[in-house]
Design a protein around this ligand. Sequence first.
Ligand code: COA
Length: 332
Amino acid sequence: MRRARIAGVGHYVPERVVTNHDLEQLMDTSDEWIRERTGIRERRFTAPGVGSSGLGVKAAEAALAAAGWQPADVQFIIFATLSPDLYFPGNGVLLQAALGMEGIGALDVRNQCTGFLYGLSVADAFVRMGMCDRVLVVGGEVHSTGLRMNTEGRDTAVLFGDGAGAVCVEATDGAGNGCLLAHRLHADGRFAHELTIPKPGALNNPWLTKEMIDDGLTSPKMNGREVFKNAVTRFPEVIEEVLAAEGVAVSEVDLFIPHQANERITEAVRKRLRVAPEKVYSNIARYGNTTAASIPIALSEALAAGTVTRGSLICLAAFGSGFTWAASLLRY
Ligand SMILES: CC(C)(COP(=O)(O)OP(=O)(O)OC[C@H]1O[C@@H](n2cnc3c(N)ncnc32)[C@H](O)[C@@H]1OP(=O)(O)O)[C@@H](O)C(=O)NCCC(=O)NCCS
């Protein structure tokens, strides 16, 4: 049976490390407050002039090298980001031009923290239906340029970081050498305003004003408690759903890679599912929340560390703005 599998994974994070102590110089916060509530110790911030498409290009190059593909082998691009370089066109075409892959389709996904999993599920469907043999899926974010680096913006400024990850998805003729097994995608738009960047937007006329910037409306607004409450319910729910789709028990999964939102959320989910700590990947201490990039970065690191090898059963899961939540199960 025709299936899709992951042929290669890569990631890239900017060199500039910003610690919690660095943030203490900019706003009324403390390393202790941030670590206790989120598990974050540091994050990466991009260099001037390098946007999320640029980070995505570097991650894509690493993924292509890992898969043994040339740019000309890619037949379709999917780019997930909430922080595109431009209002339009999307990052997919920018990455395509940078890598010299002119002519192939490029789809942009705007599903925030679940964007990579939504994108991966589309790649899987396109490959399974025979539309493409090789798809590049990228998640990349630059948050640092949109955060308010002062006390007024501290509730979200301390959470987010920049980075990108990418996977090469290719056709395979069976599950013998690994394949994407199942995906479950959900959303509840009633919570759309609980985690959002409210402005600018074409709803407004004009769509951007100085007042919007001065009022802090062009940086993230978050109802942290509502996000937390929903995340700790939706994560286990969707993980159990995707495992049930394949008749897999929690104990059979070799590695869970949750979206890196908050160590306390990950820990609550881990306990609810009764999973051993070593079976849950975490790198939030080093990168903070990199939204659509967090899962491919973690997968790439887990592969490099040998935590994941060919044959491993991996469950990816995410929750975030929308609200949206999703999970994928794969045999690597
Ligand atoms: C954001 C979060 C860490 C806040 O933790 P919390 O325990 O709910 O903290 P509260 O919001 O009650 O804030 C407690 C106090 O800390 C203050 N505070 C907020 N941000 C702060 C910061 N960076 N540094 C220091 N103090 C801060 C608040 O102003 C508040 O002060 P007050 O009691 O004087 O009003 C928590 O709600 C959370 O993790 N939510 C999920 C966020 C998330 O994962 N988002 C991404 C989803 S993809």
